[in-house]
Design a protein around this ligand. Structure first.
Ligand SMILES: Nc1ncnc2c1ncn2[C@@H]1O[C@H](COP(=O)(O)OP(=O)(O)OP(=O)(O)O)[C@@H](O)[C@H]1O
Ligand SMILES: N[C@@H](CCO)C(=O)O
Length: 347
């Protein structure tokens, strides 16, 4: 970026993590984008932040409290820059918060890209992933949000001392920094983009309640039976290749999207999920390829090749039949997109 390029735009896709058995491993990027329209202001001007879309009523617009700017401040501070340069930032967010569509991961990626552009840091994408992982900890939302497509990823093992400092902001639970933040270790994240059949779209059915990822992780056990671990390992290995093949083998994908590591424990947080997973299949609803909880939920993800509205209606019907008046929901039919987060510069 040159001094003449006073405006820039950051675009970050929404994501679904896990895709069934790939807990904290797999994720896909969607054609639904968090955007930041940024303009440099004269020296000495205060930060001007505005926001529209999902979370507009609740998301704080104070630099030290908002997850996007808080992440950017953290990154800048490790480069010795103690405040955001004077900027006007307009956030447009169509990604529902706390629903399993990676809103926090996209916000963290946007924050790292914001620091990179505003501070002219020239970080590589891999270095930006290191920073994202310091904040978000699990890679399965931030890796597809940053790189795009269907992504498998892992973190190298870190010492607790690398992750503990209070000065590193957390996407969940959010914390405010105090001491000088540590510069992240390098090469924390490792990832590979996998093939994803163009015939497959994502039907995401979004109920009108939130489940915080922190709460959805708190219900998981610390230890697993060997049989359950093997169950998931077998399926994730098959799923990674099955999703890339054409023609689509719906029966194989549906069976490989079954999971025993997180969904069984989360069914109490998402009324109707167990029934949906049991009854909505390629055999019962033509066009269905596979079904799972999207991320930590409560959104339900159905991979499908046709009949998208019919499939969404089946999921919505189960939500609507839940006790105490049912659960309202909405749905979106999304493409899995090959491109990840982008920064465009304008004169
Ligand atoms: N655009 C945003 N701007 C500021 N903060 C955000 C934004 N998007 C998400 N957040 C923060 O992240 C929180 C939601 O994160 P959480 O991890 O609980 O859910 P999620 O990321 O939507 O779901 P999942 O991780 O299961 O896909 C919000 O409550 C808010 O604090
Ligand atoms: N793998 C994460 C994704 C949600 O952020 C989880 O399921 O808790």
């Amino acid at each position: 970026m040159t001094a003449a390029q006073s405006k820039f735009k950051i675009t970050v896709p929404a994501t679904s993590a896990n895709i069934g058995p790939g807990f904290d491993v797999l994720g896909v990027a969607y054609s639904l984008y968090l955007t930041l329209d940024c303009e440099r202001l004269p020296a000495g001007s205060p930060l001007k932040m505005s926001y529209e879309g999902e979370g507009a009523k609740d998301v704080p617009l104070v630099a030290e409290k908002n997850l996007i700017t808080k992440t950017a401040l953290y990154v800048l501070s490790t480069f010795g820059i103690t405040s955001l340069p004077p900027l006007r930032i307009h956030v447009t967010n169509p990604i529902p918060l706390g629903r399993g569509l990676g809103s926090s991961g996209s916000a963290v990626v946007a924050g790292v890209l914001l620091a990179n552009a505003a501070g002219q840091l020239n970080m590589t994408q891999d270095r930006m992933l290191d920073y994202c992982l310091m904040v978000e900890r699990h890679p399965d939302n931030v890796a597809p949000a940053l790189f795009g497509g269907f992504v498998a990823s892992f973190l190298r093992e870190l010492k607790p001392a690398d992750l503990e400092p209070e000065s590193i902001p957390r996407s969940e639970p959010t914390r405010n920094g105090a001491a000088a933040p540590p510069t992240p270790a390098t090469d924390i994240g490792h990832y590979i983009q996998l093939g994803f059949s163009k015939e497959i779209k994502a039907v995401v059915v979004i109920p009108d309640f939130e489940v915080a990822t922190e709460d959805a992780r708190a219900v998981l056990p610390d230890m697993y039976e060997r049989a359950d671990v093997i169950y998931n390992l077998q399926r994730i290995a098959v799923l990674c290749t099955a999703l890339s093949r054409s023609p689509v083998n719906a029966d194989l994908i549906h069976k490989s999207m079954s999971d025993k590591v997180h969904q069984p424990y989360r069914k109490y947080l998402v009324p109707g999920m167990a029934e949906m997973l049991d009854t909505i299949s390629p055999k019962s609803v033509p066009g269905v390829v596979g079904i799972c909880l999207s991320g930590a939920g409560p959104t339900i993800l159905v991979l499908a090749t046709e009949n998208f509205d019919v499939i969404a209606a089946k999921v919505q019907d189960v939500f609507a039949r839940q006790p105490n008046g049912g659960i309202k929901s909405m749905y979106k039919v999304l493409d899995v997109v090959e491109s990840g987060a982008q920064t465009e510069y304008f004169d």
